[in-house]
Design a protein around this ligand. Structure first.
Ligand code: NI
Length: 178
């Protein structure tokens, strides 16, 4: 198990546009996936992107097979390793929702995201992924893939009256790990 340090907002490595993966099913790629998994699980995250552990590649992991204690009311999103993603909104409709980020600890904010989305990319073996999703699943994908273009969710917040510390906004919510 390799739990890596999660970079925090302010670190310039979070602002890079990540490089595409060019070789699939390699030991290095499998090792990266393992590190992302271990780090995400240790932090109770709903997703994690390679740039968050300082790796400049277009790789994200998200979802889980069980209810996440950080998002107890959120629907389950299938565990996915997504590489070299391309996101295509299906229409202009947006939906607001609260987000947090392991690179922005202790804070939450309301972020507008496209409600319906097609995402394409590849898995670890280089097999294509092509899904059309909506709601929380679409939100998670947009949040994680933003990390690959140097975007953190506070950059997407439009209404800063709904941005603040989790312990103040949601007293009683267990966010010790955030
Ligand atoms: Ni994040």
């Amino acid at each position: 198990m390799a739990v890596r340090e999660i970079l925090k907002m302010g670190d310039e490595r979070l602002l890079r546009v990540a490089q595409p993966v060019t070789a699939f099913n390699t030991p290095a790629l499998h090792a990266l996936r393992k590190d992302l998994d271990d780090t995400m699980q240790a932090a109770n995250g709903a997703g994690l992107a390679a740039p968050q552990i300082g790796v400049d590649l277009q790789v994200v992991v998200f979802g889980s097979g069980e209810i996440n204690p950080r998002y107890p009311d959120a629907p389950v999103v299938p565990y996915t390793v997504l590489i070299n993603p391309v996101l295509t909104p299906l229409d202009d409709e947006e939906e607001e929702g609260w987000e947090g980020c392991l690179s922005v600890p202790s804070l939450r904010g309301v972020v507008p995201r496209y409600k319906r989305l097609r995402y394409q990319g590849f898995d670890l073996l280089g097999q294509p992924i092509d899904r059309t999703v909506e709601g929380f699943h679409a939100r998670v994908v947009q949040h994680e893939c933003d990390h690959l273009i140097g975007m953190l969710y506070p950059m997407r917040v439009r209404d800063f009256t709904r941005f603040g510390f989790t312990e103040v906004l949601f007293p009683g919510l267990d966010n010790a790990e955030d």
